[in-house]
Design a protein around this ligand. Structure first.
Ligand SMILES: *[C@@H]1O[C@H](CO)[C@@H](O)[C@H](O)[C@H]1NC(C)=O
Ligand SMILES: *[C@@H]1O[C@H](CO)[C@@H](O)[C@H](O)[C@H]1NC(C)=O
Ligand SMILES: *[C@@H]1O[C@H](CO)[C@@H](O)[C@H](O)[C@H]1NC(C)=O
Ligand SMILES: *[C@@H]1O[C@H](CO)[C@@H](O)[C@H](O)[C@H]1NC(C)=O
Length: 316
């Protein structure tokens, strides 16, 4: 009973916090915030189109670890270990440089006002829009954590060999349902993965298209080539569209954990079929799932802080 009450309180407080986020949070305190972010993201994506995927990935990896609190941006310190070297983040070429660049410009314009967590959330949205994807409702007012948790970052993310049931459970721990999970997986319509993450799949997996496997094998050998990258979506790697689901239907998902969404008889098959033929249904569900994800357990009010430098907590 006590545990049940605690759960209710925790859920109630996270909902209340998310409710505190509001779209015009910086209207008076930093009216330039949104244009600064969109201008810098636009330039960054024009220079390197993969940046859109990196920014989206960064926001996702921030939110799943203790909420959207910019904990992911913290470097290691003598008193805690950051999340950057957690195995799901290790060696990922994240778009941190874009986030830091935005922060520098925002601090020059409105010092001490805008959190790194809000920058991460808006940069993800602008990146997706820049490559043709949908927009979503996004509130602001997140504050930045004063700590990070590498152990939690090692624990919370899907594994490349996750089953559908595991994926559903992982997302459900964050308040996201199976439909949200399947829609959010569509983020793999952009971006790329390293050979080491799909090597087993292209040489030794069921439910794979043989011509797709042969193409991927050209640059991902059976042994070695770990860091060679391949696009998640071979057809339109730089456009945010519903091609990811069309690929799944053709057994051409890059990761094992992508293709399991379309395993024969699986719980997500009908939804994948729908998204593969109805891009606006995908966009609508993706947008609503992104709004939910960006509202995961934010720090608001007097919790946390507005970091001056996204990589280190403020001195007090
Ligand atoms: C970090 O996360 C782990 C679970 O992954 C938890 O057991 C631990 O208490 C957390 N540490 C802190 C300092 O919150
Ligand atoms: C997935 O791989 C990990 C090692 O990375 C292993 O511990 C786990 O048992 C695997 N799970 C499945 C379902 O194969
Ligand atoms: C990750 O980076 C380290 C160097 O920081 C390197 O030794 C290692 O091979 C890399 N791993 C992969 C899978 O690329
Ligand atoms: C394999 O991929 C090719 C090229 O996309 C496609 O024409 C074919 O129908 C696919 N095969 C299956 C079984 O999905």
């Amino acid at each position: 009973m006590a545990a049940f009450l605690v759960l209710i309180l925790v859920l109630a407080s996270s909902v209340a916090n998310a409710g505190n986020l509001c779209p015009n949070f910086y209207e008076n305190s930093c009216p330039q915030f949104e244009s600064i972010v969109s201008n810098i993201v636009k330039i960054a994506v024009a220079q390197e189109v993969r940046m859109a995927a990196k920014l989206l990935h960064l926001h996702f990896h921030d939110c799943f670890v203790n909420g959207c609190d910019a904990s992911i941006a913290l470097d290691d310190t003598p008193t805690f270990v950051g999340e950057k070297n957690a195995s799901p983040n290790h060696n990922l070429s994240f778009g941190f440089e874009v986030i830091y660049d935005i922060k520098t410009h925002v601090e020059a314009t409105c010092p001490g006002i805008v959190s790194c967590a809000d920058i991460l959330a808006l940069a993800a949205l602008d990146g997706v829009k820049e490559v043709g994807g949908p927009s979503w409702n996004l509130g602001f007012g997140r504050r930045d954590a004063r700590t990070a948790n590498k152990t939690e970052a090692e624990r919370v993310f899907p594994k490349i060999n996750s089953t559908v049931a595991e994926l559903i459970a992982i997302f459900s721990q964050q308040g996201l349902n199976a439909r949200d999970m399947t829609a959010l997986s569509g983020a793999h319509t952009i971006g790329a993965a390293r050979c080491i993450t799909f090597q087993k799949r292209i040489y030794n997996d069921k439910n794979i298209n043989s011509s797709f496997a042969a193409t991927r094998q050209e640059t991902c050998p059976r042994i070695g080539g770990n860091s060679n990258i391949a696009p998640f979506d071979m057809q339109t790697p730089d456009i945010f569209d519903n091609q990811y689901y069309k690929n799944l239907v053709l057994q051409s998902g890059l990761l094992h954990s992508d293709q399991v969404l379309y395993d024969k008889g699986g719980s997500q098959v009908a939804l994948v079929n729908k998204y593969s033929t109805d891009q606006s249904a995908f966009f609508a569900d993706f947008a609503s799932a992104m709004t939910k994800m960006s509202n995961i357990r934010p720090l608001t009010g007097n919790d946390g802080e507005i970091r001056t430098d996204c990589t280190i907590i403020n001195k007090i």
